[in-house]
Design a protein around this ligand. Structure first.
Ligand SMILES: [Zn+2]
Length: 89
């Protein structure tokens, strides 16, 4: 039997436990995309090469952190109530 534990307090929970709740959170950049005004850039190819060079040198985890992250937590009923009172802690 699969067992879970509350990610907040550590209480043991069964898979279909009525006291087990799942919290899913996503955090992502509010801006859809960055506009690059090609006509305002003196050398668009050079500018694109700079951007690609910066991306190649960047830490992939840091790029992901800046764009999208998803989290999933199991909570017991007591911790669910606490979470709902103040989700941002
Ligand atoms: Zn708990």
């Amino acid at each position: 039997m699969i067992r879970y534990e509350c990610d907040k307090c550590g209480k043991s929970l069964a898979a279909n436990d009525r006291q087990r709740y799942i919290v899913k959170m996503e955090i992502f950049a509010a801006a859809d995309h960055v506009d690059l005004d090609v006509e305002a850039v003196a050398d668009p190819k050079l500018e694109m090469a700079k951007v690609l060079s910066q991306l190649a040198a960047a830490d992939p985890d840091e790029i992901e952190d800046q764009t999208y992250r998803a989290f999933r937590y199991d909570l017991c009923d007591d911790c669910r109530r606490t979470f709902l009172r103040n989700p941002l802690g």
